[in-house]
Each structure stands twice: as structure tokens, then as C-alpha cells.
Design a protein around this ligand. Structure first.
Ligand SMILES: [Fe+2]
Ligand SMILES: [Fe+2]
Length: 308
């Protein structure tokens, strides 16, 4: 899935939007606020979704630093800003639905928090191959499945208007994600393999996996408890393998690792995997908060206020 990055960059520049483009006070909020059952479920869902946008934003910021050429660097810089815009739009929706008190921001769940901590500490040290292979999985599985679910569940027209813009951005993200995933498979297989092994031995990366694995299981449990059929999530995860499995993409060892891991995650019958990872999810609830780094400075840039 190779595309012309120059053309893509021009398209990205052309499709920039701002929170101010949307009338956040337009009628329709009562479709959520007057539905107590939906309302109660939606609040924690939106908080998680908003934080996942930030995981994406942080990932793209790290990618921008590693980008192999200036066009991709600029694209990733735009994507970083776009993910932050998505988070802000989701905050604006929460504000519209009366889910926020003043400027208070929702707390992320502990597993998202641990991933954010890891990203802030180590992401910039990770090679492009790792980030470039894991980001498409996060985007297709979490972002993709969650955004679709939201639109199927919520009728508020303002929510649909915002997500039309968000999803148009996401389609471009996925285009570039899979373009880069394939690009990472170019060059002799053995060289890629050697690089991959070298990185796998990196302890910082292992800590990252310890944060990533329970996040997937926690999100699976969260979305199922919200009523998202599990097959939707697993279907989204399968797409990663389907789209990424191109002539060159499959030579990228990180693609193989992540696709294979995705299959294990989908298979609930694999107790060797799920028991310890589910235990990690439970254990992370007891993770001492004092060990968490203070929320990163970019946290302060979050706002539901539609500034232009
Ligand atoms: Fe996003
Ligand atoms: Fe994205």
C-alpha cells in the first residue's frame, strides 16, 4: 500500500479544521443527556477515548523526530496536532453533555496512564520500526472500533458532525500508517530481523510491552461492558494483519510480531496469555500513584474551548 506522500501532505494541509468550525451549542444534546443509561456509560468511554487520542498524539510526535524524510516529518507533525484536536473535540462533546466541571479534565484509566508515562519517558529512544508497526494496530483497533461504536450508539447530530471530521483525518492516518508499515519491510529480510532482535532485547521496550499488553485487555473489557460486540473489536484487530500483509509489509519483523500477538489477544481460549495479562490489569489497579510521573506538560494544552 504505497502512496505518494507529497500528494498526501497537500491533502492534509487542505483538510485542516478547527473546533470553532462546529456549533457546540446546536440542538440535539438532549439525545444523550436525557438518556440516563447511555449517559452513565458514555462518560468513562469518552474519557478513555480522549486519552487514546493523546497516546496517538505522543506516538506521532516521536515519529516526527525519526521520520526518514522531510515530507513524512511534516505529515507526522500534522498528525500530532490532529490527534490533539480529536482529544479537544471529544472534550468539547463531554462539555456539551455536561460531563465536565469547568476546566477539570477527566482522568485516564491506569493502563492508559502507564502507557502515557512510558511514551513520555522512552518513546523518543525507540526506533521507527517499533513505533511505525505498533501505531497502525492502535489506530485500527482502538481508534477505529471505538469511534464506529460511538456513532452507532449516539444520535446527537453534533457528535456526528465532529466525528465526520475526525474519521476523515483517521482515514489519512491509516493510509500513512500502512504505507510506513510496508516501507519498514524494504531491504534485506535478515537485516530487518537482526535490527528487530536487537531492539527486542532493549529493556525499555520490554517495559513498554508490559504497559501495552494490559491496556489492550483493559480496553477490551471496557468496551464490552459498554455493549460493543467483541467481534467488532476483534474484526478491527484482524484488519491490521490483512492490510499490512503485503509483499514488503510481511518482511517487517515487527509487523509479524504485532500481527501474531493480535491473534493471541483475539483468542480468548488462550489462557496462557490471558490469565497473566488479566492479572496484570488487576494488578495495575494497585500501581502506586506516587510512582507515576506528573501528567506531561502537553496535558495543559488540552481544552474544550473552541479557540481558532
Ligand atoms: Fe484520532
Ligand atoms: Fe489517528
Amino acid at each position: 500500500m504505497q502512496l505518494n506522500t507529497e500528494v498526501m501532505l497537500a491533502k492534509i494541509k487542505d483538510s485542516q479544521w478547527a473546533l470553532a468550525d462546529i456549533d457546540w451549542d446546536a440542538p440535539g444534546a438532549e439525545l444523550v443527556t436525557e438518556n440516563p443509561e447511555l449517559y452513565a456509560k458514555l462518560k468513562p468511554f469518552m474519557a478513555d477515548l480522549m486519552w487514546i487520542e493523546h497516546v496517538g498524539a505522543r506516538g506521532f510526535a516521536a515519529m516526527a523526530k525519526k521520520a526518514p524524510d522531510d515530507t513524512l516529518k511534516e505529515i507526522y507533525t500534522y498528525f500530532h496536532a490532529e490527534e490533539q484536536r480529536h482529544a479537544n473535540a471529544e472534550l468539547a462533546l463531554m462539555k456539551r453533555w455536561g460531563m465536565l466541571d469547568g476546566d477539570e479534565l477527566p482522568e485516564p484509566n491506569i493502563n492508559i496512564r502507564l502507557v502515557v508515562d512510558w511514551l513520555d519517558t522512552y518513546a523518543d529512544d525507540q526506533p521507527l520500526a517499533v513505533l511505525g508497526s505498533v501505531i497502525p494496530m492502535l489506530e485500527i483497533a482502538l481508534d477505529g472500533a471505538l469511534c464506529k461504536f460511538l456513532l452507532e450508539t449516539v444520535d446527537d447530530p453534533v457528535c456526528h458532525e465532529a466525528f465526520k471530521k475526525i474519521n476523515a483525518d483517521e482515514a489519512r492516518h491509516l493510509g500513512i500508517d500502512f504505507h510506513v508499515l510496508e516501507m519498514l519491510g524494504h531491504g534485506p529480510i535478515y537485516r530487518n530481523g537482526i535490527k528487530a532482535v536487537g531492539t527486542a532485547l532493549n529493556p525499555k521496550l520490554l517495559i513498554g510491552f508490559l504497559a501495552y499488553l494490559p491496556l489492550l485487555n483493559r480496553m477490551r473489557d471496557n468496551v464490552i461492558s459498554l455493549g460493543l460486540p467483541e467481534e467488532k473489536l476483534t474484526g478491527a484487530m484482524r484488519k491490521y494483519k490483512k492490510i499490512g500483509n503485503t509483499k514488503y509489509g510481511r518482511r517487517n519483523p515487527w509487523f509479524q510480531v504485532i500481527a501474531h500477538h493480535g491473534e493471541i489477544v483475539i483468542n480468548r481460549g488462550n489462557h496462557f496469555y490471558h490469565r497473566p495479562v488479566d492479572a496484570l490489569v488487576k494488578l495495575s489497579d494497585h500501581y502506586p500513584r506516587r510512582l507515576l510521573r506528573p501528567l506531561p506538560t502537553w496535558f495543559k494544552q488540552l481544552t474544550w474551548r473552541p479557540t481558532v
